[in-house]
Design a protein around this ligand. Structure first.
Ligand code: 5GP
Ligand code: ZN
Length: 144
C-alpha cells in the first residue's frame, strides 16, 4: 500500500491533522475522531503494518508499554474508572493500519456492545479438541 492511501500513515507523517497525545520513534497516539467516549485514543506504530499479526517482534514490547502508558494517562485525564483496550484484526477493522483502541470506561457507562452472546462448547470433547488444536498450532509456530 502506498502511504498516500493510508490515513494513519498520513497522520503519522503529519500530512493529515490529528489531535496527537503522544509520539516517540516507534509509535504515535491521537484522539479517535468518532470516540466511544471523550478520551478514546488510537495508538499506532509509525510504520505501516496491516494488523497485529504483522507487527515485528522488536516493536511488540514498546507497543504494550505505550498501551499501558496511555491507559494510565487516559484514565487520569478524564477521571475514568478503567479502560477497554481493543484491536480489530481484519474483521470489523475499518482502517487497515494496526491501531490499539484505548477507551475510557466507567461502571454503567452504557457501552452495551460488549455484552457479546456466548457460544458454549457442545461437550467436553469438543472443548478438548479446540484446546488441543490451538496448543499444536502454538508449538508449530514456536518451533518454526
Ligand atoms: P477500527 O474500526 O479499524 O477498529 O477503528 C478505526 C477507528 O479509526 C474508528 O474508531 C474511527 O473512528 C477512527 N478513525 C477513522 N478515520 C479517522 C481519522 O481520519 N482520524 C481519526 N483521528 N480517527 C479516525
Ligand atoms: Zn498506514
Amino acid at each position: 500500500m502506498e502511504n498516500g492511501e493510508c490515513i494513519f500513515c498520513e497522520i503519522a507523517e503529519k500530512n493529515l491533522p490529528a489531535e496527537i497525545v503522544y509520539e516517540d520513534s516507534d509509535a504515535i497516539a491521537f484522539l479517535d475522531d468518532r470516540p466511544l467516549f471523550p478520551g478514546h485514543v488510537l495508538l499506532c506504530p509509525r510504520e505501516h503494518y496491516d494488523t497485529l499479526l504483522e507487527l515485528p517482534q522488536h516493536l511488540t514490547g514498546s507497543m504494550l508499554a505505550n498501551t499501558q502508558l496511555l491507559a494510565r494517562a487516559v484514565e487520569a485525564a478524564v477521571d475514568a474508572e478503567g479502560t477497554f483496550i481493543a484491536i480489530n484484526n481484519r474483521v470489523s477493522q475499518t482502517v487497515p493500519h494496526l491501531h490499539i483502541h484505548i477507551v475510557p470506561r466507567r461502571r454503567r457507562d452504557g457501552l452495551k456492545g460488549f455484552f457479546w452472546p456466548r457460544q458454549p462448547y457442545k461437550d467436553d470433547a469438543a472443548k478438548e479438541a479446540v484446546r488441543d488444536a490451538i496448543e499444536r498450532e502454538v508449538r508449530k509456530l514456536l518451533n518454526g
